[in-house]
Design a protein around this ligand. Structure first.
Ligand SMILES: [Zn+2]
Length: 398
């Protein structure tokens, strides 16, 4: 089954090096993008983008899932489906720490390993509302052995997070964890800044990051409490791992971080997440709002902001999504500027900080949102299906 998206007005690549391109149509087959600007205008399904925009599905690099669509953190049902309607097609767990009744003061290696294994085998196994949810991220504690990492690897765990780990003067154990994780193909993320909502994390700034050398420093501008301004500067200047900004941010710290990354020509290190559900809430449009803040207040172009929320974040976490390129999964958001917005094009609207309106979303080439998002107003230029069988085009109905 082939799908063609045609009459595209703005094309966001997800690639920071070349964030926008003048592509007018996308051909999809077998769940993947098989051609940009194909010579054919025939397909089993044809979506006319009506001159609107397409971008890669947003990649939320920091979520806290628990039991599928239920999140005990805010006692909310259906959060993943609502995030999908906010443009998020992939999300990566930063640890499943909201199990009701969990005792943060008495976490054992056996317990944290088991929680990750169970989540990978349950919530992490299913496409909730079609969204690619990568769950089963271990929150390491002191006393773990290489055998725990073997068990995690066997369960398919791909991410290791330092959150509750009590960093001490002797760094040997934590360094071993990083080595053991990487030897098993896992990536390492670390909570940074002040104490988290759990109350059980330790303060983490440049001192720890400089020797731990994770793959991704989580919410460096606050989640919720940022490291000091001086530490943010030191991390930008003296390390080279990925630096994540989350919706749980301190906005002032984010502005400082991003200005320094731009100054140092290091925007490729920037990644995005919401750090929700949690104390910051359930935010279906959270990733879009992060994009708007980057573009309207932190001097990124609209294309750069979208690339940070898609390609940058996917690459840092090692997942094969986030780019509109031939051979990539067809995870695509069809959207545009909303009537009344200061921007007539989507780039313009995003630069003004105005929310995009979404009509259609595809994941692996399958339409998971059609006609309009339940979480955004409709865009002025509304995409529409213009044919139902190969070669049978119809005039626009409305
Ligand atoms: Zn978090």
């Amino acid at each position: 089954m082939t799908t063609l998206i045609k009459n595209i007005g703005e094309f966001f690549t997800g690639d920071l090096a070349r964030p926008v391109a003048s592509v007018k149509s996308i051909l999809i087959d077998g769940g993947k993008i098989v051609a940009l600007d194909p010579s054919t205008d025939k397909a089993d399904t044809v979506l006319d983008a009506a001159g609107g925009a397409v971008m890669p599905g947003l990649v939320d690099g920091h979520v806290h899932p628990m039991f599928g669509e239920w999140t005990p953190a805010q006692d909310t049902i259906g959060w993943i489906g609502n995030y999908l309607h906010g443009g998020t097609t992939s999300m990566i767990s930063a640890g499943e720490l909201h199990f009701p009744g969990i005792d943060y003061d008495n976490l054992s290696p056996e317990l944290v390993t088991s929680l990750a294994v169970v989540t990978a085998a349950t919530t992490g196994r299913v496409r909730w509302s079609g969204v690619k949810l990568y769950a089963g991220t271990v929150l390491v504690v002191a006393g773990m052995t290489e055998a725990h990492f073997d068990r995690l690897a066997a369960a398919g765990v791909k991410w290791v997070k330092f959150l509750f780990y009590p960093f001490k003067d002797d760094t040997t154990e934590a360094r071993n964890y990083v080595t053991w994780a990487r030897a098993r193909g896992m990536r390492v993320k670390v909570h940074t800044g002040g104490v988290s909502r759990s109350g059980a994390s330790v303060v983490c700034g440049y001192n720890i990051l400089s020797w731990l050398q994770p793959d991704i420093a989580a919410h460096v501008s606050g989640g919720p409490i940022p490291m000091s301004d001086e530490d943010i500067d030191l991390v930008v200047d003296n390390t080279n791992f990925a630096l994540e900004v989350c919706s749980s941010q301190n906005y002032r710290s984010t502005a400082r971080l991003v200005a320094r990354l731009i100054e140092r020509n290091q925007l490729d290190r920037l990644t995005l997440g919401t750090d929700t559900p949690g104390g910051t809430g359930v935010i279906p449009r959270g990733m879009l709002r992060n994009v708007l803040y980057f573009a309207s207040m932190c001097n990124l172009t609209a294309g750069q902001a979208v690339a940070v929320a898609t390609g940058n974040t996917a690459r840092a976490h090692g997942v094969d999504v986030g780019f509109l390129e031939v051979g990539r999964p067809a995870d695509i958001v069809v959207c545009g500027s909303i009537t009344g917005s200061a921007g007539s094009t989507l780039s313009d609207a995003i630069a003004h900080g105005d929310l995009p309106g979404i009509t259609h979303i595809l994941i692996d080439g399958k339409f998971v949102v059609t006609d309009r998002s339940q979480q955004t107003p409709p865009p002025t230029k509304r995409a529409f299906f213009c044919c139902c069988s190969t070669g049978q085009f119809e005039a626009r109905g409305d």
